[in-house]
Design a protein around this ligand. Structure first.
Ligand SMILES: Cc1ncc(COP(=O)(O)O)c(C=O)c1O
Length: 399
């Protein structure tokens, strides 16, 4: 099938929920992707912050091959080892966490966290403490609970009524957050580094006040680290540098090495209010995906690997600052941390993204005026240089 035929079939048969660029990706190697015409792209999207180890990682390939002939799925009705081992690994690397619940995606982890907050509040305080506080610029996923806590109206409004009981407050406004977290609040959900919403980084003061107010009204503080967690910002968890711990944390994207998995980590006080039968999933925590995820997590959680992310992430931050200095007409602000970077641009981020594609660089956007770079975490300094050279050319596009 030619590329044109693939695109025509996509138009005919797939539900049109994504506007894709006009090439067909056929294979990947390390941080590079190749289309059906043999064109090479340096990938600074990584399957939307998923492919942390790049393409064709031999350890992931080995883990997949090793477990492919074993149990792929069994359901949660029976004991199997891999999910338990993965839960132990995650909990042991997360000082405040005691238990894990596994599911299949980020949005499903968010749904779980919302349900666990409501369950906890009902158990501890009776009916009426059901409000969830979320923040401007947030993105938590596409299911009905997750869109309800997602700020941008275009994700919510066409599907209303969504889950009721959500209060939004401005991100990084400590005083407004303190006022919003009142006695009726059961959960407060925040991304330490926002993804889809524009790569804004939470301030230490904001995080501190969220923790203080949650403690004051016994609301659960939930960190959504689906995009910013698992090494992306140069520490295993994005919240580590704040010295503020949540009561629950949602993770997903990179954990399965490209296989679908999500998880909610939680403190024992939350777990104690969840009983047999309260929540469930057919596929979540299956033996195959959790076995592969152990290999992925072990590699990313290695201190030497995280050192690499920090070093190359800092280098990318400096390179982007240089780009801003060179092109103040076009680059207004650099955001983010580690290998999760945002470039606020004057003009259309979409037009620059398309121009970058033509230069052989894949980048994403986060809203109308922010470019998003979330490459594989194995990116090298030389590849940062290559990305910057291509991005610099792409900035010349009109618009
Ligand atoms: C911070 C955050 N939360 C939740 C989600 C939803 O995850 P999923 O697309 O796996 O449902 C995303 C996805 O981009 C995300 O970035």
């Amino acid at each position: 099938m030619s590329a044109a035929e693939v695109m025509a079939a996509e138009q005919r048969y797939l539900l049109q929920t994504y506007a894709r660029p006009a090439f067909v990706i056929e294979r990947g190697e390390g941080c590079y992707l190749y289309d059906s015409e043999g064109r090479q792209y340096l990938d600074c999207v990584a399957g939307i912050a998923v492919n942390a180890l790049g393409y064709g990682d031999p350890d992931v390939a080995h883990a997949i091959a090793e477990h492919a002939g074993g149990l792929i799925h069994l359901s949660n009705l029976y004991y199997t080892r891999p999910a338990i081992d993965l839960a132990q690994m995650l909990v042991e690397r997360t000082p405040w966490a005691d238990r894990a619940f596994f599911c299949n995606s980020g949005a499903e982890a968010i749904e779980g966290a919302i349900k666990f907050s409501r369950r906890y509040a009902r158990d501890m305080h009776g009916e009426g403490k059901t409000t969830i506080v979320a923040f401007s610029g947030s993105f938590h996923g596409r299911t009905m609970g997750a869109v309800a806590v997602t700020a941008r109206e275009k994700y919510r409004e066409p599907f209303e009524p969504v889950m009721p009981g959500v209060r939004f407050a401005p991100f990084n406004d400590a005083a407004a957050a303190a006022a919003a977290i009142s006695d009726d609040v059961c959960g407060v959900i925040v991304e330490p580094v926002q993804g889809e919403g524009g790569l804004s980084v939470a301030t230490p003061e904001f995080m501190r006040v969220l923790r203080e107010r949650c403690d004051a009204v016994d609301a659960l503080l939930i960190f959504d680290e689906i995009q910013c967690g698992v090494g992306r910002t140069g520490t295993l968890w994005a919240h580590e540098p704040y010295g503020v711990a949540p009561d629950m944390m949602t993770i997903a994207k990179p954990l399965g090495g490209g296989l679908p998995i999500g998880a909610v980590l939680m403190r024992q006080k939350v777990a104690s209010t969840i009983h047999i039968g309260d929540h469930g999933t057919t596929f979540g925590g299956g033996p195959f995906v959790t076995a592969v995820a152990q290999t992925v997590f072990r590699k990313i959680a290695d201190p030497a690997f995280l050192d690499h992310v920090r070093e190359v992430g800092d280098y990318m931050g400096e390179a982007l600052a240089d780009l801003q200095a060179a092109r103040p007409d076009r680059v207004l602000e650099i955001r983010g941390r580690g290998l999760m970077r945002g470039v606020v641009v004057r003009g259309s981020a979409g037009a620059i993204r398309e121009a970058a594609h033509r230069e052989g660089l894949l980048i994403a956007t986060a809203g109308d005026d922010v470019l998003r770079l979330v490459p594989p975490l194995v990116l090298s300094r030389e590849q940062v240089d290559e990305a910057m050279a291509k991005l610099t050319k792409a900035l010349d596009v009109p618009g």
